[in-house]
Design a protein around this ligand. Structure first.
Ligand SMILES: C[S@@+](CC[C@H](N)C(=O)[O-])C[C@H]1O[C@@H](n2cnc3c(N)ncnc32)[C@H](O)[C@@H]1O
Length: 232
């Protein structure tokens, strides 16, 4: 493969949306839509996961800034958003405070120093990657996290009846040759195996239909909160 599939997939997808819709709508649709509402739910999930003012955080697959914009309303962070698509990152920077930094990153690694980050989060990102790509990110997230640091990511799983629709739509897109990008499910036992091999401890799985204490609505996708132990 000359280029990673996720760059080609998303470049095509985003260009088509920009052509078809006004820019704000295109930038919302490019990350799954419902920009402000979902951004708010995701920021609240991060609050539930322990995000605090002053933390160094990396938003892996930040897209058009849906999470960053909501976070910036309540948190003063040392924030780095990384993504593979320039149009998305440029838009994200335009809707966030100037101290929020954004970077194009097309490697399966995190552009941060070892043990420099408190929290890495990836919402609706590993859902579009091959499992071995996700594992490489988790391996490098381990390197960048401070001891006691946290990784939070969302995922699709068959135990959630509501996730079946994503799979069946993907099957229909495959049948019609209209699939724009991968939709990958990840089962909890896979996440447990990855965490075990890398030395992480799983703090909590949050099913997609559970409303976390500081949210009014459930996310839809399931979420996992994982810790790098303080003592290794
Ligand atoms: C469904 S969107 C979600 C964006 C954002 N996390 C949110 O929830 O609003 C998926 C994002 O992942 C990005 N992406 C895909 N593969 C990536 C990779 N290998 N590294 C970083 N970002 C990636 C896409 O460009 C896109 O912006």
């Amino acid at each position: 493969m000359a280029e990673f599939h996720f760059v080609e997939d998303y470049e095509r997808h985003v260009k088509a949306l920009i052509k078809a819709f006004p820019i704000d709508e295109a930038m919302s649709l490019a990350v799954g839509g419902d920009y402000d509402r979902i951004g708010g739910i995701l920021a609240n999930i991060l609050a539930y996961s322990g995000i605090q003012n002053g933390m160094s955080v990396v938003d892996l697959g930040c897209g058009s800034g849906r999470v960053a914009k909501s976070l910036s309303k309540n948190f003063d962070l040392n924030y780095l958003g990384i993504d593979v698509i320039k149009d998305l990152v440029d838009y994200a920077a335009s809707v966030c405070p100037s101290n929020y930094k954004f970077k194009i990153n097309r490697k399966l690694s995190i552009p941060a120093r070892a043990e420099s980050v408190d929290l890495v989060f990836a919402f609706s990102v590993f859902t579009h990657l091959l499992h071995e790509e996700t594992y490489l990110y988790l391996e490098d997230i381990w390197r960048t996290l401070k001891p006691g640091g946290t990784v939070v990511f969302s995922f699709l799983e068959y135990r959630m009846k509501s996730h079946w629709g994503v799979f069946s739509n993907t099957v229909e897109q495959q049948r019609a040759s209209t699939k724009t990008h991968l939709n990958m499910f990840i089962e909890r036992n896979q996440i447990e195996a990855w965490a075990d091999h890398l030395g992480f401890k799983i703090q909590e799985f949050v099913s997609g239909d559970i409303i976390t204490p500081n949210n009014k609505e459930a996310l839809g996708q399931s979420t996992v909160i994982i810790k790098k132990p303080l003592e290794i």
